[in-house]
Ligand binder design. Structure first.
Ligand SMILES: [Zn+2]
Length: 136
């Protein structure tokens, strides 16, 4: 499947991604990730379902934390630039994004979230508030 999207893109969009912001609750079954839950062995899990190929991709709190091995920005430079033009990953200080290619259809996705609360007291959580996808 890899490469199919790039071929479609070159045919239909001449190199420009056709992007849209969607409400995360339309795509994910969980949008709140609380680090404290991890200590109780009760992980927050949110599954993103790709609207194009129905592939489910699961995320846990660890995906949002900047820990060792954190792989949050996985888009090619070219695709990341197009996403940034449409909706920057860090518009505000406490925002960041998880960028990835759908393992089912290889389309790029940007999940935008914010950090809420005080990091010093571990009383914080991550909240997904927007998702950027391609329209085909
Ligand atoms: Zn997909």
């Amino acid at each position: 499947m890899k490469g199919v999207f790039q071929i479609l893109r070159s045919i239909f969009h001449r190199g420009n991604l056709n992007l849209v912001c969607v409400n995360p609750e339309k795509r994910m079954d969980g949008i709140l990730f609380n680090p404290r839950r991890g200590y109780d062995h009760e992980m927050n899990v949110g599954n993103y379902t790709c609207p194009h190929c129905s592939q489910k991709i699961g995320f846990t709190t660890g995906n949002f934390d900047d820990g060792p091995g954190s792989r949050k920005h996985l888009l090619s430079e070219e695709d990341a630039k197009e996403f940034d033009r449409f909706r920057p990953a860090r518009k505000k200080r406490w925002e960041d994004s998880l960028d990835f290619y759908c393992p089912g259809c290889n389309r790029p996705v940007r999940i935008i979230y914010k950090l809420e609360g005080e990091e010093a007291t571990k009383g914080y959580r991550f909240e997904v508030f927007s998702i950027v996808e391609v329209i085909v």
